[in-house]
Design a protein around this ligand. Structure first.
Ligand SMILES: Cc1ncc(COP(=O)(O)O)c(C=O)c1O
Length: 424
């Protein structure tokens, strides 16, 4: 042996191992990973930026093809790969991938298929940041984006027929209106016109609706929401064919939109209880929506699981039976002031902008997520001034009903006290 190549393993030999310096020894000592012949029950957090290879040739092969092994965690990491694989199984895709956030997932899915000069047809009612990403960022790089009402199949068909289109985008259930996309019909239209059909399934979740089974090419979710489920992590996932997911993976690597291993671990832990939670979210939301429909001062309830929902027939064909998801919207009489009064009077819910958590969360979109829109624009997108969006959590539903009951009482007083201001 010519140098101190592996003093740990040569220590039994008769020639004394060369004495290494303290720093060298500390670095080697603290990086010695135990070898296990057993599998841990939880996916370990591979908190490392780098992985070693047997020799230079093996390293070159792995860097060239991350599927052959691990080299650098921006290319791939075992904890993050485990999450991508888990999502593929849950969503019914051939392959899956995890990214740094839902927006990173939407970006990578779109960037994987779009080139300058391409055209996208997307919903008018898309999540605000998605709309900004498509029109503002992809638009800036020469992608033409047309926003239409994707619940109107004739409008979508006309938009696709008008010009060659590369990508049709939809949300299973729109934020905040819960308007539902007919995946089978939209996928059929997209494919007839040579477009790729990409779906954001965040609001519905893959337990309740699986767009890939109805013809979608890629499905995206903000794993921040139902998959993580506890409002303690930001993450995104995409599933689809192995070919398309390979293209998404290249975007992730080259734009650096990776998910850290600890974040991937948190989402994996959330997935362990995902179906159980989704069933309870669905039961609670169905009960609360049904109760809200019977209350004075509630003008309209939009819940995909109710027969009164405008796309309930689609839900019956394409969503899990007896589970309309955990998201609902409702309109209170008394406009903006009454809507805000409900939020302020609720005692059990979280006043926050997110969704898909164990906690019930209520937002007033006209004064938060959609605040940039004028009253006329809000109404044109189906958002009336008194609209409230509820992400129904896992609390006891009787407690939620009691809390909404007293809050609606306050809203009725506000509406009665200021009738002249209502809907001004
Ligand atoms: C429908 C929808 N899609 C995507 C996102 C973005 O997810 P993230 O915040 O994880 O980037 C959100 C966030 O609220 C959302 O509501």
């Amino acid at each position: 042996m010519t140098g101190p190549r592996d003093p740990d393993r040569t220590s039994h030999r008769s020639a004394p191992a060369p004495r290494l310096g303290d720093s060298t020894r500390a670095i080697r000592a603290a990086a010695r990973t135990p070898e296990l012949l057993q599998r841990p029950t939880s996916v370990p957090i591979f908190q490392t930026a780098t992985f070693t290879s047997a020799d230079a040739e093996a390293l070159a092969a792995i860097v060239g093809d991350p599927r052959a092994g691990y080299s650098y965690s921006r290319l791939s990491n075992p904890t993050t790969t485990a999450l991508g694989d888990a999502y593929a199984e849950i969503a019914g895709g051939e392959a899956g991938i995890a990214l740094g956030s839902g927006m990173a997932a939407i970006h990578a899915a779109c960037a994987a298929v779009l080139r300058a000069g391409d055209r996208v047809v997307a919903p008018l009612a898309a999540y605000g940041s998605t709309r900004v990403q498509l029109t503002g960022y992809f638009g800036r790089f020469g992608v033409e984006v047309e926003l239409v009402d994707t619940t109107d199949l004739e409008v979508v068909s006309a938009a696709l027929a008008a010009k060659p289109t590369r990508l049709l985008y939809a949300e299973s259930s729109a934020n905040p209106t819960t308007f539902v996309a007919d995946h089978a019909a939209l996928a059929g239209l997209a494919h007839r016109h040579g477009a790729v059909y990409v779906v954001d399934n965040t609001f519905a979740s893959s337990h309740v609706c699986r767009p890939l089974e109805h013809g979608a090419d890629l499905v995206v979710e903000s794993a921040t929401k139902y998959l993580g489920g506890h409002s303690d992590v930001i993450a995104g996932v995409v599933a689809g064919s192995a070919e398309l997911i390979d293209a998404v993976a290249r975007v992730r690597t080259d734009t650096g939109a990776v998910l850290a291993p600890f974040e991937a671990f948190l989402v994996l832990r959330g997935i362990l209880t995902f179906p159980v939670r989704m069933d309870r979210h669905g039961q609670n939301a169905r009960a609360l929506a049904g109760w809200l429909e019977r209350q004075d001062g509630v003008e309209r309830v939009l819940y995909p699981g109710l027969p009164s929902h405008p796309q309930h027939a689609v839900v019956e064909r394409q969503w899990r039976p007896d589970n309309g998801g955990g998201m609902l919207s409702f309109e209170v009489a008394g406009g903006r002031a009454a809507g805000q009064a409900v939020i302020d009077a609720l005692g059990l819910t979280e006043r926050t902008a997110s969704l898909g958590s164990v906690h019930t969360m209520v937002v007033h979109p006209p004064s938060t997520s959609q605040r940039q829109l004028s009253e006329a624009e809000l109404v044109a997108s189906g958002i009336n001034p008194g609209l409230l969006r509820v992400s129904v959590g896992l609390e006891d539903v009787e407690d939620l009903v009691a809390d909404f009951d007293q809050a609606l009482g306050v809203a009725r007083q506000v509406a009665a006290a200021a009738p002249a201001l209502v809907d001004a």
